[in-house]
Design a protein around this ligand. Structure first.
Ligand code: 5RP
Length: 228
């Protein structure tokens, strides 16, 4: 059991209110918030959940959390999800688990977002964690070459020596970048590559972050956050 992740995740569940449409994130930190919400649902909380991955859908289903597809809801009240890295300006890298496309789509539909993490994820500058990018399998060798030519140090993510396949049937390329990452410039570069479908940079999207520490949690509010 990861105590820091668990305490941050359980704290985030306190922000969930009866009747909310809740986005459920993906990964080992989000796992604990979903487990907590499962307990709360068993004790009478009513929520409509929208999931960010097949793995989360399976977990939420096993806990009898009522689930809806993203197309069945008008919007999402609150998303709780993990991050791979986040800086003091609330800019994050996500997608270590390969779920970044759905995570970003759900994040964009969410009125409020809480990112949850252990204290190792809160960094002075982004770039220590490779930046995941979801790409189309069609023409992927050319997409990989193009990212090489842009000096972005790409590597195709593998699983059992085969390309890792996302829930959307696509591939992931991880970019091994220098710290600090020039995020805006990098996004412009990635947007110019046709085979790139989405990247794992989530800039200033959350309302607050909850950091699990040895002793309790730290909640940091994003003053620049404007609710949708
Ligand atoms: C999955 C993600 C996860 O939120 C991120 O990788 C953090 O995972 P964990 O909580 O297991 O460290 O973006 O695509």
């Amino acid at each position: 059991m990861d105590h820091k992740k668990k305490t941050a995740a359980e704290k985030a569940a306190e922000y969930v209110e009866d009747g909310m449409v809740v986005g459920l994130g993906t990964g080992s930190t989000a796992y604990y918030s979903i487990k907590k919400l499962g307990e709360m649902v068993a004790n009478g909380l009513f929520i409509k959940a929208v999931t960010t991955s097949h793995a989360t859908e399976k977990l939420a289903g096993s806990l009898n959390i009522p689930m809806f597809s993203v197309d069945e809801v008008a919007g999402i009240d609150l998303l709780i999800d993990g991050v791979d890295e986040i800086d003091k300006n609330f800019n994050a890298i996500k997608g270590g688990g390969g779920a970044l496309f759905r995570e970003k789509l759900i994040a964009r539909l969410s009125k409020r977002i809480i990112w949850i993490m252990d204290d190792s994820k809160y960094v002075d500058a982004l770039g220590g964690f490779p930046l995941p990018v979801e790409i189309l399998p069609f023409g992927h060798t050319h997409t990989l070459k193009k990212l090489h030519r842009m000096a972005l140090n790409p590597s195709l993510r593998l699983k059992d020596e085969e390309p890792f396949i996302t829930d959307n049937g696509n591939y992931i390329i991880d970019l091994h970048l220098q710290k600090p990452v020039a995020a805006e410039e990098l996004i412009r570069k990635l947007d110019s590559v046709t085979g790139v479908l989405e990247h794992g940079l989530f800039l200033n999207m959350c309302e607050r972050i909850i950091i699990g520490k040895n002793e309790g949690v730290e909640v940091l509010e994003n003053k620049a956050f404007i609710p949708k």
